[in-house]
Design a protein around this ligand. Structure first.
Ligand SMILES: [Zn+2]
Length: 351
């Protein structure tokens, strides 16, 4: 990481300049920093971010996604992508995969592609970026996680269909997992279970609404036998209607598939880097009418639902406690090292 000063270029007609307030280091930023994921460089990392409108381009939209009028100084959150709403993928509800989409915090710096990352004092938002004015009552660190972690979980719940009165299991109790516990609980799930290797994270999952927890052994590969049955808990066959898989660990994906009841839906959001193939009993999937759905990032509707969840529930769950935000941009390497070595739910960088 290197801190450099650049001139803010004049805004194009439809662009908006934002003064960033805080960026939280997402797993993908940490993977890039530690070399597990390759991005073209030089770049500005950071996409889980919140800031305030600083300047409008001459013809930039003054209306946010909810129809609220935008003014200079408003606190806003924005999607991690700018994507043409008329593209085929956008029309099919997948703007994050549109051919022309621009992803903040992931692009190589070049002429016309500058100030696009959250680890910077300013960011330029392009046309077709979903923007929402977020309530001032939401604490800044909580507002920061809205446009990646919370929106991704909102997308997972959309793909799961209604969770009302359903038995939901969350696999992986990191940031996405504990948020999934809270969102499933708020959406009326009958039972919310959480599964992880870390007892502390499972304790946190309970504070986010989980009523059952399953502690996995630390070395959880090869697959775990699920037949150790307590029929009153979530840990047995045919006991789960909906799985949100946030761990990305193949043995966990296998275990949760075995636990699914007839008609179950598994939404996989954790496996964002290469892992060994997942073994499954195809007959079990077919005979039990089980669906597996994958989600990477989120769409505009998910983003809006994420903001609405955060505005409603930021006080109802200890979300603020998940973010360790004592770093500033001049200590960015220290912030990354802290994220890697201490591994809190999130590390925030004040800008
Ligand atoms: Zn992210």
């Amino acid at each position: 990481m290197e801190i450099i000063g650049v001139e803010i270029p004049p805004l194009n007609s439809h662009e908006i300049l934002v003064r960033n307030e805080m960026t939280t280091l997402c797993r993908s930023d940490i993977a890039t920093y530690s070399g597990k994921r390759i991005e073209s460089t030089p770049t500005i990392l950071g996409h889980e971010v919140v800031g305030r409108v600083y300047e409008f381009g001459a013809n930039a939209s003054r209306t946010d996604l909810r129809g609220t009028h935008l003014q200079i100084g408003d606190r806003v959150t924005w999607g991690i992508f700018a994507s043409d709403p008329a593209s085929e993928m956008s029309m099919r509800g997948m703007p994050q995969k549109g051919a022309d989409r621009f992803k903040y915090g992931h692009e190589r710096l070049a002429a016309g592609k500058t100030l696009h990352g959250g680890l910077s004092e300013f960011m330029i938002l392009r046309p077709h970026t979903p923007i929402i004015k977020i309530a001032e009552e939401v604490p800044v660190p909580v507002a920061a996680i809205t446009n990646c972690a919370v929106a991704t979980v909102a997308g997972a719940l959309r793909l799961a269909g209604s969770v009302k009165d359903r038995r939901v299991l969350i696999s992986g109790a990191g940031m996405l997992g504990v948020l999934a516990c809270a969102m499933a609980r708020e959406a009326g799930a009958r039972r919310v279970g959480a599964m992880d290797i870390d007892a502390g994270r499972l304790d946190m999952a309970r504070r986010f609404g989980a009523d059952h927890t399953i502690k996995l052994p630390r070395d959880s590969d090869p697959p775990i036998e699920v037949e150790s049955v307590n029929p009153n808990t979530i840990d047995h066959r045919n006991s789960v209607d909906i799985v949100i898989e946030a761990s990305g660990v193949p043995s966990s994906m296998e275990k949760t598939l075995e636990m699914m009841a007839i008609g179950g839906i598994a939404v996989w959001i954790g496996a964002v880097s290469p892992c060994r193939p997942v073994n499954m009993q195809a007959e079990h999937i077919v005979r039990n009418l089980i669906s597996i759905r994958g989600l990477h990032n989120y769409n505009t509707e998910d983003f809006r639902n994420a903001v609405e969840f955060i505005e409603m529930a930021h006080d109802a769950f200890p979300i603020r406690e998940l973010i360790h935000d004592h770093f500033t941009l001049d200590r960015i390497d220290e912030a990354f090292r802290y994220a890697i070595s201490i591994n809190p739910f999130r590390v925030g960088v004040r800008l």
